[in-house]
Design a binder for this molecule. Structure first.
Ligand code: NAG
Length: 389
């Protein structure tokens, strides 16, 4: 789920970070950040670079199982309040607000989902302000409060969160999750709301300022993948991690150096391309201007049910290769073709988000992330990719 950014132009403050942190022996990163006076800054704006080596702190590495529904969205369980009220949330690197449905919400989408009851929580504090959070698919009205957030053994007290008052039917009525836990940069949070990750860092809940996602290629409801909070799991990828710096600290956005179809470089990124790494978008999202070329290169037809291809051609279709961080990350046809009862379509859609700086904008959704284990490094503002196990 990609949040529409109000900041379509990159400001110098968001894009440039001159600060450097030198590590002192024996102190945890967090201690050093605190000593350097940067942690508070980080929590609001994520403005530092160059912490090269992690050291253990008192936080933990937490494994959160991710469920999958009909090979579309991936989500996991959290709780809010005291005693805990449980919710399924989309862990979304394409937005930054945390919200769940509230008892006051009268939208159809709220009737068939878990709803938070503030009066049943001993630790809830209302905040009053209300905001519209818009996603690619529609806008959710939330009112702010704060309460205890739990994910496995992680506990964040007085976490700021939104309670939905109104939700659009599309896509939320049909969603297998109740709410969204945004994991993009604080500067993308509507209303300047504190992010859940900011809360975890501030309250020393993570061993390292990093989280990583594994999405199963053959997901089921019982096992769709894993989110690791505070660490990286070497069991879930092969080979080395390729790192790419974040180019704009709103989304987890990186430079895309080239796109190749089979052996042919397309040249589409000769003037630069940008790619948003979005766990809340299912498909691979292609800039509108290249859709026709891709359909032609892959032999796909536009139909009422999507970009159709002949299932029997799948074996011979070319790889789509993405140049990121100096590496070539290839998607085989088994990754970008969806087979639904013998009808094959491309797991590709045209982008709905405007480019921020004139460079073509791609969105690397679950279809891409099933092939590549992804590490989100909040200390170094970079994204790591390695072939999925
Ligand atoms: C949210 O959007 C609705 C419909 O556009 C509008 O009436 C309402 O005032 C907005 N609320 C906030 C808090 O911005």
């Amino acid at each position: 789920m990609l949040k529409f950014s109000d900041f379509l132009l990159c400001s110098a403050v968001l894009c440039l970070c001159p600060c450097r942190i030198s590590l002192k022996k024996g102190l945890s990163i967090r201690d050093q950040m605190r000593a350097a006076g940067v942690l508070d800054d980080f929590l609001k704006h994520i403005k530092y670079d160059s912490v090269k080596k992690y050291q253990p702190s008192q936080g933990s590495v937490v494994r959160e199982p991710i469920a999958n529904h009909l090979d579309s969205s991936y989500f996991g369980e959290i709780s809010i309040g005291e005693p805990p009220q449980k919710f399924l949330v989309l862990f979304d690197t394409g937005s930054s607000n945390l919200w769940v449905p509230s008892m006051d919400c009268k939208s159809p989408a709220c009737f068939n989902h878990a709803k938070f009851q503030p009066s049943a929580s001993a630790t809830f504090t209302p905040r009053g302000q209300s905001y519209n959070v818009s996603y690619g698919s529609g806008s959710v009205t939330i009112v702010l409060g704060s309460d205890t957030l739990r994910i496995q053994s992680i506990t964040v007290t007085q976490q700021e969160l939104g309670l939905s008052q109104e939700e659009p039917t599309q896509p939320f009525y049909f969603a297998a999750f109740d709410g969204i836990l945004g994991m993009a940069f604080p500067s993308l949070a509507v209303g300047g709301m504190a992010t859940a990750l900011g809360g975890m860092l501030e309250q020393n809940q993570l061993a390292e300022p990093v989280f990583s996602f594994y999405f199963s290629r053959q997901p089921t409801y019982d096992y769709g993948g894993e989110l690791l909070l505070g660490g990286v799991d070497p069991q879930l990828f092969q080979g080395d991690i390729t790192w790419a710096p974040v180019t704009q600290r709103l989304y987890w956005q990186v430079a895309l150096e080239e796109v190749a179809i089979g052996q042919s470089a397309t040249g589409w990124c000769s003037q630069g391309c940008q790619a948003i790494v979005d766990t809340g978008t299912f498909l691979l999202t292609v800039p509108q201007e290249y859709i026709e070329n891709i359909l032609e290169a892959l032999g796909a037809q536009e139909t009422s049910y999507g970009y159709a291809v002949d299932c029997s051609d799948t074996q011979s279709m070319p790889q789509l290769t993405f140049g990121i961080g100096g590496a070539r990350l290839a998607l085989p046809p088994s990754a970008y073709v969806l087979n639904s009862n013998g009808y094959c379509t491309l797991a590709i859609e045209a982008t709905y988000l405007p480019s921020q700086d004139g460079q073509p904008l791609w969105i690397l959704g679950n279809v891409f992330l099933k092939e590549f284990y992804t590490v989100f490094d909040m200390a170094n503002n970079r994204v790591g990719f390695a072939p999925s196990a």
